[in-house]
Every structure is written in C-alpha cells, then in structure tokens.
Design a protein around this ligand. Structure first.
Ligand code: 5U1
Length: 324
C-alpha cells in the first residue's frame, strides 16, 4: 500500500494527465464525474494533511482573499501590437515588403496562420515548470499582475507536463470567453438584476480584472497560446509552428485552427476558410494572424517601432453588432 505522500503524488499526476487530455488534446479518457471524484479525493487527503499542500497542486487554483489592487509588471520583452491588413492587396503588399527585404528569399515563403482570438493578450511565466506569474499586456511595456486570476483558468496548467522543464519560460496568448459561457453568464446576470456584458471580449476583460479570484474562478474563461516570449534553459525549435507544437507537448493549449501555408495564395485560402468557419467556431475571432514561420527570417526582418515586420493581422470587415 502507498503512504500518504505517494497517494497524493499519484493523484496529482493522474489529475494533471486527465486535465491535459481534456483541455489540450480535447480527448478526455475518463468521464467528468470520475475526474471530479479523483479531484475530491485529493482535496480530502490535503485537508487531512495541510502540510503536504503545494501551490502547484491541481486543487490550488482559487486564491484565498481578494486583492486590494493589482501590482504593475514590466515585460522583459515588450508585448507588441500587430500591423493590420484589410484587403488582399494590403496583405500582398506586406508580402512584397518582406520579399524585397530578405537577403535570401526562400521559395515558397512559409507562413504560420492562426485565428486572431478576440480576447485579452496575457503573458504567463513558468519557473522550473511551475506557474509563477501572469500579467496583462497593458500598454505593451507595463501590465497588471493577474497571477491569482490566471491560476483559476482551468485549461492553463499550474505545472508544465515535462520532467525536464526550462529554467524560465514565458508563454504569450489570448484569454477569451466562448459564446456558450458568455450567454450563460449574461442570462444569470439578468436573473440577478446584475449588469450584463456587451460582448465576450468585455466579459473576459471584466473577469480578468476582478480583484477577487473567487469571482474569476466562476467565469468560463479559456486560454490559447500564440507565442513563446522569454525561454531559458531550453533549445526551442527553429520555426514558430514547431514551437506551438512544443508548447502543446508540455501541456499548454494551442488553438486547433493553426496551420502552415506555403505561399500567399494558400494564406489567402486560409483567411477565406476562417471567414467561412467564423460563425461556427463558438468563440469570437476578429481576423487571422499570418506569421513568417522561420524564426531566423523573423529575426532578420525584426520589428517596426511598434509591430513586427514579419507578422500581420488580416482582419475581417467590421460586422454590425452580432445578434448572438
Ligand atoms: C499581438 C499578437 C496577437 N496574436 N494573435 C495570434 N493568434 N498570434 C498573435 N501574435 C501576436 O503578436 C506576435 C506577432 C508577436
């Protein structure tokens, strides 16, 4: 028979595995009721042995008491914005600027193509594989410390799923609220005579800016990573797409629509296919983000003052307020 420490460790590893299968691979191996049973089994063991509780245990998602305010955090690497394109011509001009600039022009030029999620950009730090800090984008240089609220988002792992974690890893991505959760939240707000949110993006922003993590914990927020920031003590792959796959392999959720496209024509096909799919996704996107896939080329192209030369957000035409 296992001693308490072994029982607790095994339950934690089992819960982390099932969280990964459910939230990252969208392929749960056990029914929700079984997951809940294991979760409450761990909760009970930890209550009997509080000295064995660790901050990265799957039970430690909701902070104790509300904060008085948010601390400021300065990003080690600025969180930049993106230049926009609003037509094929503008996208093609973006590609031509790149082709004119690159010393050696690979044929074809490969792009990593992603949906542009309509939520809030955040930065999440893992030190030796443990979630230690999270911040909003803010003005790109300084953001708000929302670590306690980020910890409550169920598809963000409190610990990376690897035996060999990087010393420091910064994951950047979007926190958003899917339509189903947004509609439920507004219905409940109406029933309780509370204010409703105009759209899922506002609902996500309002939920992340709560000083009480218990409130954030009850909000249906989802995170999808879209890039790696700081990375120390790990050899990252040479392309953006492979880096996203690597993030998935260590337990970080990445949007399932991300794909590689060789050449402008295929990129524009991706843009149109995302525009077609948009009403069926179950969450708001306001366009696509098209990035040069090769990291060496990204470095060669660098950034214009505020935005990278190597990426562009190709947005959809503004839609009259969606009647959801
Ligand atoms: C601001 C931003 C936003 N988004 N959204 C996605 N999907 N990728 C992505 N990349 C961004 O910036 C990188 C190009 C640095």
């Amino acid at each position: 028979i296992m001693d308490i420490n072994q029982q607790i460790k095994q339950l934690r590893d089992t819960l982390r595995y099932h969280e990964y299968q459910y939230h990252v691979l969208d392929d749960p191996k056990i029914p929700d009721a079984e997951y809940d049973r294991l979760f409450h089994q761990l909760k009970a063991l930890e209550q009997q042995h509080p000295e064995l509780i660790t901050a990265d245990s799957p039970t430690q998602r909701v902070g104790a008491k509300p904060l008085a305010g948010f601390a400021q955090i300065t990003h080690e690497l600025p969180m930049l914005s993106l230049d926009n394109a609003f037509s094929d011509e503008e996208f093609n001009a973006f590609v031509k600027r790149i082709q004119d600039r690159l010393i050696v022009l690979p044929q074809p030029l490969t792009f990593c193509c992603e949906p542009k999620l309509d939520g809030l950009a955040v930065s999440i730090f893992y030190v030796n594989g443990v979630l230690t800090q999270a911040a909003t984008r803010g003005d790109g240089t300084t953001g708000e410390d929302i670590t306690l609220n980020i910890r409550t988002i169920r598809n963000i792992p409190l610990q990376l799923l690897t035996d060999n974690p990087p010393a420091r890893l910064e994951v950047r991505g979007e926190v958003f609220m899917p339509h189903e959760g947004f509609n439920r939240l507004n219905e409940r707000a109406l029933e309780h005579g509370e204010k409703t949110f105009a759209n899922p993006r506002n609902a996500a922003a309002g939920s992340l800016r709560q000083l009480d993590p218990k409130i954030t914990s009850r909000r249906p927020l989802v995170f999808n990573a879209y890039s790696v920031g700081i990375a120390e003590g790990v050899e990252l792959p040479a392309t953006h797409y492979e880096r996203l796959q690597w993030l998935k392999s260590v337990g970080i959720p990445v949007n399932s629509e991300v794909q590689l496209c060789d050449g402008s024509e295929k990129v524009l096909e991706f843009y149109r296919s995302m525009q077609q799919k948009r009403p069926t996704l179950g969450y708001d996107i306001d366009g696509t983000v098209l990035k040069i896939n090769d990291i060496g080329l990204q470095r060669e192209l660098g950034f214009i003052s505020k935005a990278p030369r190597w990426a562009i957000a190709y947005k959809f035409p503004a839609q009259e307020e969606l009647t959801r």
